[in-house]
Design a protein around this ligand. Structure first.
Ligand SMILES: Cc1ncc(C[n+]2csc(CCOP(=O)(O)OP(=O)(O)O)c2C)c(N)n1
Length: 321
């Protein structure tokens, strides 16, 4: 019901979440560049609408799997931003006790099963989680985020096939930002691309403008309803653009400046903001910036993990026989 107060509240909530993701990643990139955060971060700035539009249709009990570019997915699913920032800084109290960094962030309490540094590796994990949901008779679904580069890896085929065969409650979300690291996806992808490949395995594909959160929300809402209704896996192909470099320190000199500038003009945050009250938008963005600056300061002040933490959460398989 466009124009209703419920619809406005939903839009405000989505604007807030996108603003929080952008503010988090601005701090994360600055922390990486200054050396205060020791690991690599892969910013999803410009792509926030995909994470937020999809997760707006998920419940707490639903699960997601993510990628190396996963801060947005985690925050949109409700992960603790302070613990995430501490994690980037390698501090005690981080999502993984400060031992994992950006590409290992997980928050099982909200169904965020993990970022993943291995391209495509979230896909079989999502299939396993969806199969477990089915076996346990739970009322939940899984959303599996991955980039367009992942469709050229084996796990993509294995995952599509398995999910379709077992009609798993699974939403595949291909965030097609046009690049696989420093290479254009189209230069290394044969055939008709991600959606055609999914459909070849019997997983119906639907496209959405990944730079328009209302478009992603509308498509995700329809696909999630189908999945909850027992229709089996669905595939959402969201075209978007990565504003920053592949990592926080990549200047992205391999692409024309005009191309990136044009993407900035399609800013998903400004597009939604244009439909909302300007004062409210300004207040939300200021709040988001303040929240994430506070988390960064807290991270810098937090203690390092104790030396004994090196021996926790690891498996001792014993000495080789
Ligand atoms: C199995 C594997 N191969 C190669 C890499 C190196 N690598 C890291 S990110 C990346 C590109 C991934 O592209 P895409 O899936 O489209 O995600 P994007 O970076 O565009 O978000 C590559 C090749 C990796 N991490 N894992």
């Amino acid at each position: 019901m466009p124009g209703s107060s419920n619809e406005t509240a939903r839009r405000v909530a989505m604007l807030r979440e996108m603003a929080r993701i952008r503010a988090f990643e601005r701090e994360a990139v600055a922390a990486m560049r200054s050396g205060e955060a020791p690991g690599v971060v892969h910013p999803s700035i410009g792509q926030e609408a995909v994470a937020v539009g999809v997760c707006a249709n998920l419940r707490r009990a639903d699960r997601i799997t993510s990628t190396h570019r996963g801060h947005g997915h985690a925050l949109a699913k409700g992960a603790d931003a302070r613990a995430m920032m501490l994690e980037l800084h390698g501090r005690a109290g981080g999502s993984c006790g400060g031992k994992g960094g950006s590409m290992h962030i997980a928050d099982f309490a909200v169904g965020m099963l993990g970022a993943n540094g291995v391209v495509g590796a979230g896909i079989p994990i999502a299939c396993g989680a969806a199969q477990a949901i089915r076996l346990k008779g739970e009322d939940a679904i899984v959303a599996c985020f991955f980039g367009d580069g992942a469709v050229n890896r084996g796990p993509f085929l294995e995952g599509m096939n398995w999910a379709a065969l077992y009609r798993l409650p699974l939403l595949f979300v291909c965030e097609d930002n046009g690049f696989a690291a420093f290479t254009r996806g189209a230069a290394v992808t044969a055939g008709g691309g991600p959606a055609v490949r999914a459909e070849a395995c019997g997983v119906p594909a639907t496209a959405a403008d990944g730079e328009d959160v209302l478009a992603v929300d509308a498509v995700a809402s329809e696909l999630v309803a189908r999945i909850r209704g027992g229709a089996g896996p669905q595939f959402l192909h969201a075209k978007c653009y990565r504003w920053e470099g592949h990592t926080g320190t990549d200047a992205a000199a391999y692409r024309p400046a005009e191309e990136a500038a044009a993407a900035r003009d399609r800013d998903c945050i400004r597009r939604l903001a244009a439909l909302l009250d300007a004062d409210e938008v300004a207040a939300i963005e200021a709040e988001a910036a303040a929240e994430m600056a506070t988390h960064r300061a807290a991270a810098m002040a937090a203690p390092w993990p104790g030396a004994e933490a090196a021996f926790s959460d690891v498996q001792d398989a014993g000495a080789p026989a």
